[in-house]
Design a protein around this ligand. Structure first.
Ligand code: AMP
Ligand code: MG
Length: 329
C-alpha cells in the first residue's frame, strides 16, 4: 500500500509551523516563531505574525521535502487547545489549502500530537508522559482507551514559573537555560515542596524564592534549589503514576526537557524501577508542524466518520482526555 503524505499546520501559540510526513518519515519541519522585545505574547499580534509568514513557511517545507502541494494526500491542523486568534489563523490557512487543492482536512489535538510524536521518535510503546512546557505541566498515560491526566499543575506551568523567577532576578527570557547554568554553582536552600495528591503547584515556590532573593540569598543558590525542588516534585508524581498504571517507560516532552538535571532525575528514578527513560530530542519537543502531520495521519487512517470541512472548527479548551484514540489498539 502507498504510504500517505500528510502536511500539518501548527499555530496554537507563538509558532507557525508546517511539517510534512510520509508514513513515519519526517520530510520537513519548518517554523517561524513570533518574538517581541518585551517578551510578552499579544494574541492578536501573534495571529498577525502567523498570517504574514504562512506562505513562506509552507514554501520552505515543500522545498525541503522536494514535493509540490499536489503530492500531499491529507492536510491536518492544530484544532486546540491554544490561543483563539492563533488557532483561527491556522485553521483559515488549512481550510484555504484544502479547498483550493481539493485535499481532505483533519483537525487534531495539539497535546495529543506532542505525545504521539514523542512515542514515534523514542519508540516507547506505552509510556508515562511527563509534559512540561511553558504553559503546561501534566503527567499523562494511556489507560482504558484514552489519554488520562494523572497529575497536573494547579496553577502555572513549570516553564512559565521559571521564566517568572527569571524576570524577578533579571535573567531575561527564556530563563530556563540560564537557571540551569547558574544552578551548577549553587547549594540547597529550603523552598516549599508543593505536591498535593497527584498534583503540583509552583506559584508559592516562586513567591518564596522572590522573598529570599530580596533578603540577599544568592541567585545561584535559588536556581539550584528551584531545580531540585520542582524536578523532585514532578519525579515523585511520575513515579507514582508509573506504579499505579504499571508502566515501565517514561518520556519527557516540552521545552523544559532541555534540562539535563531534570532528565538525570527521571532517568535515576526509572533505573531504580527497572524502567526506561527517554527524553524526546529538542527539535520534536516544542511546537512544530511535523507532530501535527503525524497526528493527522493517525487520525485520518484510524477514525471513522471524520467531519466534513464546513463542520470543522477550532476549540481553544480541548483537553487531551477528551480525545478518542482508535489508532492505539
Ligand atoms: P515550550 O513552551 O515547550 O516552547 O517551552 C519553553 C519553556 O521551556 C520556557 O519556559 C523555557 O524557560 C523552558 N526551558 C527551555 N530550556 C530550559 C532548560 N534548559 N531548563 C529549564 N527550562 C527550560
Ligand atoms: Mg505545545
Amino acid at each position: 500500500m502507498k504510504e500517505l503524505i500528510c502536511l500539518g499546520i501548527e499555530s496554537t501559540a507563538h509558532t507557525l509551523g508546517v511539517g510534512i510526513v510520509k508514513g513515519k518519515k519526517i520530510l520537513a519541519n519548518e517554523r517561524s516563531m513570533y518574538q517581541t522585545e518585551e517578551g510578552g505574547m499579544i494574541p492578536s499580534e501573534v495571529a498577525e505574525h502567523h498570517r504574514k509568514v504562512k506562505y513562506d513557511v509552507l514554501d520552505k517545507a515543500l522545498a525541503t521535502a522536494k514535493l509540490s502541494i499536489e503530492d500531499i494526500d491529507v492536510i491536518s491542523f492544530s484544532q486546540g487547545p491554544g490561543l483563539a486568534p492563533s488557532l483561527a489563523a491556522g485553521m483559515e490557512f488549512a481550510k484555504e489549502l484544502a479547498i483550493k487543492h481539493k485535499k481532505p482536512l483533519v483537525g487534531v489535538n495539539h497535546i495529543c500530537a506532542h505525545l504521539e510524536i514523542g512515542r514515534m521518535i523514542t519508540k516507547a510503546k506505552d509510556p508515562v508522559f511527563v509534559f512540561v512546557s511553558g504553559a503546561n505541566t501534566q503527567i499523562i498515560a494511556h489507560e482504558g482507551g484514552k489519554y488520562r491526566i494523572f497529575g497536573e499543575t494547579l496553577d502555572i506551568g513549570l516553564g512559565n514559573a521559571l521564566d517568572k523567577f527569571g524576570r524577578i532576578v533579571g535573567l531575561g527570557f527564556p530563563a530556563g537555560p540560564k537557571i540551569e547554568e547558574l544552578a551548577k554553582h549553587g547549594k540547597l536552600v529550603e523552598l516549599p515542596y508543593a505536591v498535593k495528591g497527584m498534583d503540583v503547584a509552583f506559584s508559592g515556590i516562586i513567591t518564596k524564592a522572590e522573598s529570599l532573593y530580596k533578603k540577599g540569598t544568592k541567585v545561584e543558590d535559588l536556581c539550584f534549589s528551584l531545580q531540585e525542588t520542582c524536578f523532585a516534585m514532578l519525579t515523585e508524581v511520575t513515579e507514582r503514576a508509573m506504579a499505579h498504571c504499571q508502566k515501565h517507560e517514561a518520556i519527557l516532552i516540552g521545552g523544559v526537557a532541555a534540562n539535563k538535571r531534570f532528565c538525570q532525575m527521571l532517568d535515576d528514578m526509572c533505573k531504580s524501577r527497572d524502567s526506561k527513560f527517554s527524553p524526546v530530542p529538542l527539535q520534536y519537543c516544542g511546537d512544530q508542524g511535523a507532530m501535527i502531520a503525524w497526528q493527522g495521519l493517525l487520525v485520518y487512517t484510524s477514525c471513522k466518520n471524520l467531519p466534513s470541512i464546513e463542520d470543522i472548527d477550532f476549540n481553544p479548551k480541548w483537553r487531551v482526555d477528551e480525545v478518542d484514540t482508535p489508532w492505539i489498539k
